[in-house]
Design a protein around this ligand. Sequence first.
Ligand code: SF4
Length: 458
Amino acid sequence: MTDLHLDHDLIRRYNQPGPRYTSYPTAPHFTEAYGPDDFAEDLTAGSTNTPLSLYLHLPFCRSLCYYCGCHVVITRDPDRIERYLEALKREIDQTAARLDPNRPVAQVHWGGGTPTYLSPEQIRDLGTHLRERFTFAAEAEISLEADPRTLTEERVAAAAEVGFNRMSIGVQDVNRKVQDAINRVQPTEQIEDAVRWARDHAFESVNFDLVYGLPHQTPERFTNTLDAACRLAPDRIALYSYAHVPEIKKHQRVIDEEALPSPDEKVRLFGRALERLTGPAGYRFIGMDHFARPDDELARAQDQGDLHRNFQGYSTRANAEVVAFGVSGISQLDGAYAQNVKALPAYYDRVDENRLPTYRGYRLTADDRLRRHVIMQLMCHFHLDKAPVEERFGIDFDTTFETALEWLRPMEADGLVTLTAEAVHVCPPGRLLIRNVAMAFDAYWTAENEQPVHAQTV
Ligand code: SF4
């Protein structure tokens, strides 16, 4: 995809903090007016034919990486993990009881934290519990996140035994200076072992997570990381931008701000990755941080118009409803979002009292559904035909989205989009700024913000 040239001036002008659209409306719009009873009602009302995507949040890690933005609990106490797993199984039971037992599970994801911090026995036990409570589709995509530092072949074997067929490995950066600065030292041999074990145990797909914008990263150092990653040939690569927000994530204060790349340097790091990955390495830019081999399911789903976006990023299970378990987990039903409590004591209290641990959520309006559809189409396919949207939602596109189209005019002038009577098309330079395009259709964003061409750079 050599047409994905990085125009530094455009990126500088449009690059601004904004939603990643893993949901619409985004999580800040969730409200505590939506509680466990609402979620119970929405769960039960779900169509029995709609497949399920199950997300399990396993928050435990052995040590804290200073750049971490996840909801984590650092512990070396096995009893704490055991206590959590008992509660998690209880929550699974309480939720499963509200769903049609024949609804097919098309997708499972264990995230965290570090799911592979569980022992092989715990992985087997939890995986089996889930299979006993739900009906898994034969071709279900079952994935977990793995930390090479605590992964062992026994853990990989246990995961394969209970059906895992995809693994996402946290690589971040292979340079020792960067690793020291983020408190995550992992020799490359550990990453190589993780990949070999995944392949030996018949995992169908391996993903690497890389992060740019970390302390002491330079284009040269990051090239080493990209080359090391490409040598191991993962099927997918997720390339995340480090968000330095020490006022929210207090532990990030430990990071030496002087050592962080400037916004311009960050753009150069991203440019280097784009060059390397979509050049000779042969990956395709899927959209928002994600790259995949052209024969990978994600790329094929994009070709077939079947790609979808949820809290885990891009997904090939287009019509599945996400049901989440564990602290901070977010469920995404067709008509509502629901988030679990974040603190362990509150989680245990709720689950022990046989209550769903939902603490906030959101029920979508008709306008939210329409805008969600438009935003997800653009995020996944970089193109939107107006006629099918008009037919599906009974609207006149140009009238309903007059403000959005107005908002897009400067982007059209900059060559990011093409606006015709029939469609909105995102041109290659606009694909790297896809969320700016999506923001035009976000009623909450356009009501609160200036047009993106006037927005501040990062
Ligand atoms: S292993 Fe992952 S989740 Fe755990 S602290 Fe490090 S970055 Fe955060």
